[in-house]
Write a protein that binds this ligand. Structure first.
Ligand code: F6P
Length: 323
């Protein structure tokens, strides 16, 4: 290959810039030209690509977000749309593509591979829901952001003797809630994987914390947990007299996705970026770079996007012991 492209797609997260830098510099070292696609798959359709030289990726290592831009591009599911994307790549003489992103983005990468365009993926999503890799780029920094927020909320919760419902990201996967709840000392963690916990049970946990003389009760909730944070707030407020604590809600939202990537994510991004470029240039396609027992390996994209990564049941159990 003489020319490749790369793109970041879907929800952003810390570590995308170090990834872009690593793919670019590794490919350039092998005398391969690199194009950066702007705005993810939407940029492939709009033919919005820029050549990247080593200096173009200087100074981005410590910056959050993605300097190439990203987007959600639901129309990429259509084959005729992907055909246009491949046509634009071919017109520029681009022979391979690195896709950096989460589940939906990697499904797009798989579809391109299946249409015969050489494509390699890098798992990057704060949700850590991609099968086949222990961790994705962005997860560690996001977790640190969340735990810092929980620590801060706990300060004010204790001062006022309040229960706090802290909602974190995770539409389908409770990984962020579980890990941050454990590290942040939550009294209860609510995840989409466990829909069997009733509002009554949550109220009992709050009452129990109050009765045991705790100065706060922290409940970390993944956004995908049903019936949802607001329903739980309404329920606890309706039982204001008997739950003990006054209740407040904090939805952390997109602040979890921003910020400077921490060392773990920078290192992971650099390792995965270089490995993805090397794999693509060695003729690999339809694979994703994955971390397994501390080492990088190639994992089939079709398996990675098929199943959500399950939560560690031992950690769930451990969290309930630490309340
Ligand atoms: O997929 C990553 C994620 O951060 C989810 O946890 C969250 O539900 C979603 O993105 C939010 O997406 P958007 O930025 O498009 O609102």
């Amino acid at each position: 290959m003489k020319r490749i492209a790369l793109l970041t797609s879907g929800g952003d997260g810390p570590g995308l810039n170090p990834c872009i830098r690593a793919v670019t510099r590794q490919a350039l070292k092998k005398n391969v030209e690199v194009f950066g696609v702007r705005w993810g798959y939407a940029g492939l359709l709009g033919n919005d690509m820029i050549p990247l030289l080593s200096r173009d990726v200087s100074g981005i290592l410590g910056r959050g977000g993605t300097f190439l831009g990203t987007a959600r591009c639901p129309e990429f599911i259509k084959i005729e749309v992907r055909r246009t994307a491949i046509r634009h790549l071919n017109q520029r003489g681009i022979e391979g593509l690195v896709v950096i992103g989460g589940n939906g983005s990697l499904a797009g990468a798989l579809a391109l591979h299946e249409m015969g365009f050489p494509t390699v993926g890098i798992p990057a999503t704060i949700d850590n829901d991609i099968g086949g890799t222990e961790i994705a780029v962005g997860v560690d920094t996001a977790l640190n952001t969340i735990v810092e927020a929980i620590d801060r909320i706990k300060d004010t919760a204790s001062s006022h003797q309040r229960a706090f419902l802290i909602e974190v990201m995770g539409r389908d996967c409770g990984y962020l809630a579980l890990q941050s709840g454990l590290a942040g000392g939550a009294e209860l963690i609510l995840v989409p994987e466990r829909q069997d916990i009733s509002l009554e049970h949550v109220a009992e946990v709050v009452v129990d914390a109050y009765t045991r003389g705790k100065s706060h009760c922290i409940i970390v909730i993944a956004e995908g947990w049903k019936p949802g944070t607001r329903a739980l707030e309404d329920y606890l407020l309706s039982r204001k007299e008997d739950v003990g604590f006054d209740v407040r809600v904090t939805v952390l939202g997109h602040l979890q996705r921003g910020g400077r990537p921490l060392v773990f994510d920078r290192t992971l991004a650099i390792r995965m970026g270089a490995a993805a470029a090397n794999a693509l240039l060695a003729g690999e396609s339809g694979k994703m770079v994955a971390l397994h027992d501390g080492k990088l390996e190639l994992f089939p994209l079709d398996e990675a996007v098929k199943a959500l990564k399950p939560l560690d049941p031992l950690l769930l159990k451990l969290a309930s012991v630490m309340d």
